[in-house]
Design a protein around this ligand. Structure first.
Ligand code: OAD
Length: 228
């Protein structure tokens, strides 16, 4: 029986692939305030701005490639049963070849109905206000915006509650409820936090091994160390 490794990933794991993180530069995400493009209010106020923003992100994603951090998590599958729980809306874990990936905040390359949460389709082109589901309801980006429920949270909590080993990679641990998932890890599970500029996690009442640096360098090294 392989041990269970659960990996919580955030924007930092895709930084080396050329995708910008959210809070690193000046609080702006690709020149926008998150509140202006990633909330239900923003969608009500200006659908075109929101659609243009995600269209641009989608085009950028199609040009990006997985980096050694994504590939290292595939390597871990040789020795562990690996589950990835990602806050990222990119598909770089999928393209690297990881087997079990749960997207907490949705996916850029999908669209969903504004009326029917179960109507979710692949969507690779640019989305416009005239795009509709099969009942003629408007489509929207398949993204969990600020202020919206996180439907995959119970599944994610179940997965991490069975972990033997946990990695937290490239996340500022500022966005809830994603950041609270670590509370569901069993007390005996070893936790490693890998981040270029690790957040203060002293409020989390358990031992966390902190590795400061680029995920694309630390994860491959951690693989060699843990599996040697
Ligand atoms: P943040 O932008 O808040 O944090 C990115 C983290 O990645 C920071 O802690 C950086 O230090 C770290 N980082 C940057 N480059 C790195 C590298 N090369 N290697 C390792 N770490 C690196 O991104 P998230 O925590 O993912 O939500 O943000 C969480 C959520 O906020 C996102 O899912 C998004 C956003 O609003 C939605 O889109 C709904």
């Amino acid at each position: 029986m392989k041990q269970k490794l659960v990996v919580l990933t955030g924007a930092g794991i895709s930084a080396e692939s050329g995708l910008k993180t959210f809070r690193d530069a000046d609080g702006l995400w690709e020149g926008h305030r998150i509140e202006d493009v990633a909330t239900p209010e923003a969608w009500q106020r200006n659908k075109k701005l929101v659609l243009d923003f995600y269209n641009e992100r989608r085009r950028q994603l199609l040009l990006a490639k997985p980096n050694p951090a994504h590939f290292a998590l595939v390597d871990f599958e040789k020795d562990f049963h690996v589950n990835i729980i990602t806050q990222n809306v990119d598909d770089l874990h999928e393209r690297a070849g990881s087997s079990n990936i749960l997207h907490l905040h949705g996916q850029l390359r999908k669209a969903r109905s504004t009326r029917n949460y179960n109507y979710i389709i692949d969507f690779d082109g640019d989305m416009s206000e005239s795009d509709r589901d099969d009942q003629n309801n408007p489509l929207r980006p398949h993204i969990v915006w600020f202020g919206e429920a996180v439907p995959e949270l119970p599944n994610a909590a179940n997965i991490i509650s069975e972990a033997d080993l946990v990695f937290i990679v490239g996340t500022s641990m500022q966005v809830y409820p994603a950041a609270s998932l670590i509370d569901y890890a069993p007390p005996q599970a070893q936790v490693h936090y890998i981040d270029l500029n690790p957040a203060d996690v002293s409020h989390i009442r358990r031992k966390i091994n902190i590795h400061s640096g680029k995920a694309a360098e630390i994860l491959p090294a951690l693989f060699r160390k843990i599996t040697s």
